[in-house]
Every structure is written in C-alpha cells, then in structure tokens.
Design a protein around this ligand. Sequence first.
Ligand code: PPS
Length: 292
Amino acid sequence: MEPSDKYLLKHKGCYFVQEAITPEYIDSLENFEIRDSDIFLITFPKSGTIWTQNILSLILHEGHRNGTEDMDLLDRVPWLEYNVRNIDYVNRPSPRLFATHLPYYLAPKGLKMKRGKVIYVIRNPKDVLVSYYHFSKVSVKLEEVEDFEIIMERFLAGKVVGNLWLDHVEGWSSQRDNLNILFLMYEEMKKNLRSSVLKICNFLGRKLTEEELDDVVDKASFDKMSADSRTNYSTTPPDVLDFSKGCFLRKGTIGDWKNMMTVAQSERFDSVFKERMEKLPFKFCWDISDEL
Ligand code: PPS
C-alpha cells in the first residue's frame, strides 16, 4: 500500500508532511544563509528531536534553565523546513537554533561549507519505526495505518517522512569530515544524560556550572518533559495532534520494538537493514539492558 499524497509531499526524492510545506520553500532552503553561530539539530524523525531541542534550549537560555522565562520550545528551536509559526528566521538574533529532518543532499549549502554547527542524533531504527507507527496515529497530518506491517514495509522502502533511514544516516555520517558535526546516540543519552549534555556543551564551547548542569539534566528528563506544556506539545491544536490517540512523549525508552515486532518482522527488518547498518560508524544498542 503506497503512502497517500494527501499526507505526504514528495519533492526532489524526499517525503515531507504535505500540509506544512511547499516545494518552493524546500527549494529555497539550499540557499538559506547560514551564520557561523547557527546551531542545527538534525535527526531522522522519532530519534529524540524534542528531547535534544529541549537540551539545547536549556544550555543556551539561562531564563529557560532557571525558570524565569516561559517560552514554548518550538519558538526557541523552530523547524527549518516547517516554519509553522512564521518566524522571521533571517532577522532572528544569534545564536539561532534550528531543528530539521532534511537529508544531507537537501541541506543549506552553508552547512556543507562548515558554517554553523550540527548535532545529529541517531536512534536504533527499530525503535524509530515503532515510535513513528504510534506517532502517525496521534498526528492528524500523517496517515493513520492500523496495520504495523504496512508501516514497516513503507519504512523499509523509505516511504515515510525523512525517507530511508539508512540513506539519512549514511548521508550525514559520510560527510562528517566536511561538517562541524557532533553525533549523539539516543541510547547514550538515555543511559547517561549528564555525559551527553556535557558532550554538547563541549562541542558548543559553553561552560555550565555543576548546578546549571544538574538543572539541564533534571529538566530534560522524560518525566519532567512529559509534564511540561512547553515540551510535550500539549498546546498544539487538535487538528494537528490528537492526544486522545496517545502522547508525543510516549515511552521514551530503549527496546520497545520488542513489544511490537514479531520475530518474523524483526528478521524481515534485519534482512533489509543489517548489511548496510554494519558499515555505519556507530555501535547500536537494541535493549535497555545492553552495554553501550
Ligand atoms: S519528531 O516527531 O521527529 O520530532 O519526534 P522526536 O522528538 O524525534 O522523537 C520522539 C521520541 O523521543 C522520545 N523522547 C524522549 N525519550 C527519552 N527522554 C526524553 N526526555 C524524551 N523526550 C522525547 C519520545 O518519547 C518519542 O519516543 P517513543 O519511543 O515514541 O516514546
């Protein structure tokens, strides 16, 4: 079953959420002016974007960290390709923070010339798939497909937002020497958030006190983020997210794919992904009890 173009827009070989973007805008992003001070968070969907958006905002904005400011996360770290709030990106003060799911080949030229900094978060793709499946029920802008097998086949064929997971990860990781890029694994964040926050701080050249670091780690926990309307998308209108179908911050763990995929489905997944995954320069973690 092919994805419906009522929900997905295919442009230049890449799938986007139909309602939130135009082909002209995608085309314009190639020449989007990048500043050296820009910070881009790049992910395949469902890999820990909101989590890292929150961490970045907490690191960079003291008022967020100490609770003196009240700003929605999407205003602090907006989507580059889905400018749903019509923010004036060009006149935004530095350092600008952006999130994007763009594949490398569609990214702004400036990033490819080592302007700006990139943080790329990777999650094991079986958990990504399961998260995407559940999210497509909550998101009114994505096609709701009850049959997991159909979503899995689309995922394996790259017919989901972000395209083929393997291409996305390979696309960015193969260019690592030509980018200012830090790779982080969702699973390492889950197992040792403090050390991941420190890695981000070092990469960005930001020094936080121990107390400030504690604050970031505390406010970026799954429980705190689930309860905070600025980080759990709960203020999103019901024609965009339908929370009667589930939460955005759903389980936030490692290995939930084991609760969803049958052995046959997992084997089918491996038969398509394993060979290329083994060539990636990352060590994947498939279960909460696995060593990193
Ligand atoms: S999106 O739609 O692409 O922006 O989604 P994204 O934010 O990338 O991914 C959503 C998943 O990330 C989990 N999440 C977290 N896990 C652990 N700790 C924290 N703080 C956290 N915040 C978000 C979220 O629960 C989604 O994963 P699943 O497996 O569905 O729970």
